[in-house]
Design a protein around this ligand. Structure first.
Ligand code: HDE
Length: 705
């Protein structure tokens, strides 16, 4: 028998709007709607009187089939999931706008690129590639950077990555690449990791991937924040002006916060501490009004300029060094609004490289050509209907969209009249004849001459697989080269096939002798002879633009600072650190042994943003230790506190400390250096150290290849 409990009333979430909830006979909480418009209904609008109990034959009896309220609710729940994206399943997105600052009317008639000052609404989704939708945010992986501009001439989807080149040259190899990198077919692991047999087996046999591998093994694949990533259209597109004159174009995004990365050990630990690290960071930044911003740039080339390059502009494994052909900044993107609903917007967003407004066109890049088919096609199984363009997030919001396509699953529009074909002469009978072609304003393809014999061949001009891999490696700073070599050692150490490791080393010999020697030494392997390249690599002038180190602005803008406090801490030091960090645009979090916060030396309470064990220092760019003698005496016996300090040190972060924190520094193995700064007086020294990583410390805390 159900027990009868006395009725209790609890404060409802919206105290004014709804009356107090009551507890029913079974102890369940009933929240009653105050007004008809607030009441819960079935999907068909029938008001529901009891959403706590299924209809049963007696209180202890079986449920009745008649209960349409129960059936509808459970059935909808059973079908809540849709297939995740085949690649780029894990993603985070935001709304924002694009503003053109310089007209490209010489090259294009696309209004989004010619109307200076006009703001165009957009939706941008960032993603990892290999992991499933529930995987972590910080694996070593390429990041997707997909922007949907709702232009007045239809949607333009610029579906790019945070790396300007790609693994393969021809779309027909894409399923193989993705099968090789994703979890292995028989065992279902590893999740979101390239460090395994099948990936490196494939890569060793695909020398064209070598340039991309340089990028993938660099710190570019460990972004500190989605707000701190560059973006690239990767494929070569065309711009087409009023006279139908065509130019090649490469698209670029440059983050205002600079390009910044974490270290590998840090990324691994972040994955445990906060699997949603990037998603949370983006959401919190936008919610706090710190709107991420990117410059939008183009490299525009005539056919002659493209022909003069020492590589083929149609080959997506090549970039155009900006020292060779500058990037012209012509606009900016600001992300200023979080999605209201993750599923309806971020999950249902469908990006299509085929979405281009008049004035933008494709090149013959064979990778791009395959993409032009794939994205539309994949939505049919992912979103389940040819009408996915009618979902609010995918609609062409900047302009009307209408044609004579009809019906299909989930048709949400109600087309009027009889005109569902054309040509028609219904107008002559006084009826609506429907929409018509616009030969002048409509999309036109660049009138590019083309002829050729049907062949399955790779162009000779695609044969050089190593020159740009070499360019990338040799353009890096010594720190970045060491990270890249170490990443190769790490990944290949997870590859159990000796013959695959040898093949990769043989390929690396064609990139750079020093690199291949360092990797071989890191594997304790013999260095094999170089593999025979399809085309002899050549040396190019170094491109400093390909580095990350030195590219972030000299401030704490967009970074996170953690202050570890205990009871009895000096509140003046906490306030000084907070003020200095916030003045430079950092976000500050107080970390305390208990979530209820601490009582400072002056008796005042200080609230905590995070509890020590759940808020490790990997979540911050710089830390400060403001503790009392007693507090420190306790922390030296707490591994969470020791790890907090130790990891901040080995992850090359600035550590500010009050003299009272010295025992904790000692226990955590912190040796004094320029980044370990006493917080006795002014905190300017700590701020200066916190603006960058302590690269000089690295050789003392890590053995790199
Ligand atoms: Fe994609 N890619 N891709 N890709 N891609 C998809 O489309 C594909 C490629 C990129 O946030 C899929 O809607 C083929 C290059 C991003 O929703 C799929 C080829 C670049 C996203 C697909 C490529 C990208 C995708 C999976 C080789 C950088 C996520 C779900 C010819 C320029 C977009 C979907 C989002 C997603 C196919 C290569 C970027 C399967 C066949 C090169 C950012 O259609």
């Amino acid at each position: 028998m159900a027990k009868t409990k006395p009725a209790v009333s609890r404060a409802p979430a919206t105290a004014k709007a709804a009356p107090a909830p009551t507890v029913g006979a079974g102890g369940e909480l009933h929240q009653t709607a105050a007004a008809p418009e607030a009441r819960i209904t079935t999907n068909h609008g029938v008001p529901i009187s009891d959403d706590q109990n299924a209809l049963k034959a007696g209180p202890r009896g079986p449920a009745l089939l008649e209960d349409f309220v129960l059936r509808e609710k459970i059935q909808h729940f059973d079908h809540e999931r849709i297939p995740e994206r085949i690649v780029h399943a894990r993603g985070s997105a935001a709304h924002g706008y694009f503003e053109l600052t310089k007209s490209l009317s010489r090259y294009t008639r696309a209004r989004i690129l010619t109307e200076v000052g006009k703001r165009t609404e957009l939706f941008t989704r960032f993603s990892t590639v290999a992991g499933g939708a529930g995987s972590v945010d910080t694996p070593r992986d390429v990041r997707g950077f997909a922007v949907k501009f709702y232009t007045v001439e239809g949607n333009w989807d610029l579906v790019g990555n945070n790396i300007p080149v790609f693994f393969i040259q021809d779309a027909i190899k894409f399923p193989d690449l993705i099968h090789a990198v994703k979890m292995e077919a028989d065992r279902g692991y590893p999740q979101a990791a390239s460090a395994h047999d099948t990936f490196w087996d494939f890569i060793g046999l695909m020398p064209e991937a070598t340039h991309m591998i340089m990028w993938a093994m660099s710190d570019r694949t460990l972004p500190r924040s989605l707000r701190m990533m560059e973006g690239f259209g990767v494929n070569t597109f065309r711009l087409l002006n009023d006279k139908d004159e065509a130019h090649f174009v490469k698209f670029h995004w440059r983050p205002k916060l600079g390009t910044q990365s974490t270290g590998w050990d840090e990324a691994v630990k972040i994955a445990g501490a906060d699997p949603d690290f990037h998603r949370r960071d983006l959401h919190e930044a936008i919610a706090s009004g710190a709107f991420p911003e990117w410059e939008f740039g183009v490299q525009v080339l005539s056919q002659d300029e493209a022909d003069a390059l020492p590589f083929d502009i149609l080959d997506a494994t090549k970039l155009i060094p900006e020292e060779l052909h500058p990037i012209e900044v012509v606009g900016r993107m600001v992300l200023d609004r979080n999605p209201d609903n993750f599923f309806a917007e971020t999950e249902q967003a469908a990006f299509l490289p085929t979405n281009v407004p008049p004035g933008i066109d494709f090149s013959e890049d064979p990778l791009l050509q395959g993409r032009l088919f794939s994205y539309q096609d994949t939505q049919l199984s992912r979103l389940g209907s040819v009408n996915f363009h009618q979902l609010p997030i995918n609609q062409a919001k900047g302009c009307p969209f209408q044609n004579l396509q009809r019906d299909g699953h989930m048709q949400m529009q109600v087309p009027k009249g009889r005109a569902n074909y054309e040509p028609n002469s219904l107008a002559e009978a006084g009826e609506d004849g429907g929409p018509r072609e616009d030969p002048k304003g409509g999309f036109r393809t660049a009138p590019v001459a083309t002829d050729g014999t049907k062949v399955r061949l790779r162009a000779e001009s695609f044969a050089d697989h190593y020159s740009q891999a070499r360019l990338f490696f040799r353009s890096q700073t010594a720190i970045e080269q060491a990270h890249l070599a170490s990443a190769l050692v790490f990944e290949l150490s997870k590859c159990s096939f000796e013959h695959v490791r040898a093949r990769i080393l043989a390929n690396l010999q064609n990139v750079d002798a020093d690199l291949s020697q360092r990797v071989a030494a890191g594997l304790n392997a013999e260095l094999p002879a170089a593999s025979t390249p399809a085309a002899e690599p050549f040396d190019m002038d170094a491109s400093p633009a390909l580095r990350i180190v030195g590219k972030s602005p000299p401030s704490l803008m967009g970074r996170a600072v953690g202050i570890l406090v205990t009871d009895g801490a000096d509140g003046r030091v906490v306030a000084a650190v907070r003020k200095a960090a916030e003045a430079e645009g950092a976000s500050v979090k107080i970390v305390a042994p208990r979530i209820g916060g601490v009582t400072l030396a002056d008796g005042k309470a200080l609230a905590a943003d995070g509890q020590l064990a759940g808020t490790p220092s990997v979540l911050f760019d710089a830390v400060a230790l403001v503790v009392s003698d007693d507090g420190c005496a306790q922390l030296v016996n707490d591994s969470a506190a020791i790890d907090f300090v130790h990891n901040a040190f080995v992850h090359l972060k600035a550590i500010g400390f009050t003299a009272t924190a010295q025992p904790l520094l000692d226990k955590a193995g912190v040796a004094p250096d320029d980044g370990v700064v006493a917080l006795g007086g002014p905190v300017a020294g700590w701020v200066a150290a916190a603006r960058t990583r302590q690269w000089d410390r690295e050789p003392t805390v890590r053995i790199l290849a």
